[in-house]
Design a binder for this molecule. Structure first.
Ligand code: BTN
Length: 331
């Protein structure tokens, strides 16, 4: 079940009153039906507008719901989501430091398998390699707790699972030609549009929990972000590429559904199947690539991705298996 905080529960009950009446409802009748004060009515209206609902107000007539939100709020996701475990429990914040930290704090709890933490903005978003991840309003910032039935060695596949899910969700929601770049960046026209972060707790023989953090620059004006990105791949957003906003509620729904589908596939068919899906969505194999590691650069032809997720580079000195780093591809 989607967990609604008491505050959310009240606002959803109030929303149902607005939805029930296609015409205007006066503040007084809304207050009476909801059993709240007129000022509480005004507070709910303000919050719903902040959450993306369009509510008309007309002097002497009251309030009318013009259109529902496209923000990934849990009660709207619950209505449309077709999954059996991913996103059945959603913790939603208008703002938080990092959904990843919040999810990690919840991950040990029983019943947290599949739970998703979603925030409208993050004040201290984390990226790979201990980098910051800028997370203003308009993006999709989400962390999913998973306790998959896989051997610990296969947990390196989880970011690949997530990358394939993001790639497919973006393609389906936008028709943009999203592609994958090793290890798990989602790209549009050679620019990074989404990234994935894995936090893992595992023993030698079993995974305790994995938290998969997914950041998608959905409706973010990336030109307005002041970034220090010297030597780093260019970034973009879906709205920058499309020239209009995407429906984040729909995109989040697709993402959660595809994530569940591919997690189950990993459990049932193993890494080889996931790597095969990843290969189909990348356009970097066969191209020249350079991997920047702490104190060296390895250059060669991106030959393949191994079943453990490592990148095989054909260098002048022979094949090298790279397990971490930042890749630049020459197109
Ligand atoms: C990367 O560096 O490419 C990975 C970025 C991952 C960002 C996401 S946004 C949701 C979750 N919360 C975080 O603090 N980070 C991840």
């Amino acid at each position: 079940m989607t967990r609604a905080l008491p505050r959310d529960k009240r606002v959803v009950e109030f929303l149902d009153l607005l939805k029930a009446n296609a015409d205007y409802s006066s503040g007084q009748s809304l207050a009476r039906k909801a059993g709240i004060s007129r000022s509480a009515v005004w507070k709910h209206i303000r919050r719903l507008r902040r959450l993306g609902y369009r509510i008309e107000s007309l002097h002497g007539k009251g309030y009318r719901l013009e259109s529902a939100t496209e923000n990934p709020v849990p009660w709207e996701l619950a209505r449309v989501l077709k999954t059996s475990f991913v996103g059945k429990n959603i913790i939603y914040r208008e703002s938080t430091q990092s959904t990843q930290s919040l999810a990690i704090a919840l991950a040990e709890k029983p019943g947290s398998h599949g739970a998703a933490v979603i925030a409208e903005q993050q004040t201290g978003g984390r990226g790979r390699l201990k980098r910051k991840w800028l997370s203003p309003m308009g993006g999709i910032w989400i962390s999913v707790i998973l306790k998959p039935s896989i051997p610990t060695a296969a947990s390196t596949m989880l970011p690949f699972v997530a990358a394939v899910a993001v790639c497919d969700a973006v393609r389906e929601a936008t028709d943009l030609d999203a592609t994958l770049k090793w290890p798990n960046d989602v790209m549009v026209k050679g620019k990074k549009v989404a990234g994935i972060l894995l936090d893992l707790s595992a023993e030698a023989d079993a995974v305790n929990y994995a938290v998969i953090g997914i950041g998608i620059n959905a409706n973010v004006d990336t030109k307005k972000l002041h970034l220090e990105r010297e030597g780093r791949p260019a970034i973009t957003s879906l709205s920058d590429e499309l020239g209009h906003d995407v429906n984040r509620l729909h995109l989040t729904r697709l993402l959660l559904e595809k994530l569940e589908q591919y997690v189950v596939l990993l459990e049932e068919k193993g890494s080889v199947t996931i790597v095969a899906l990843w290969r189909k969505r990348t356009d970097m194999l066969g191209r020249q690539a350079s991997v920047v590691q702490q104190n060296k650069v390895i250059s060669g032809m991106a030959k393949d991705v191994g079943d453990d997720g490592s990148l095989v580079l054909a260098t002048a000195a022979g094949d090298v298996n790279v397990v971490s780093g930042d890749v630049t591809v020459s197109y």
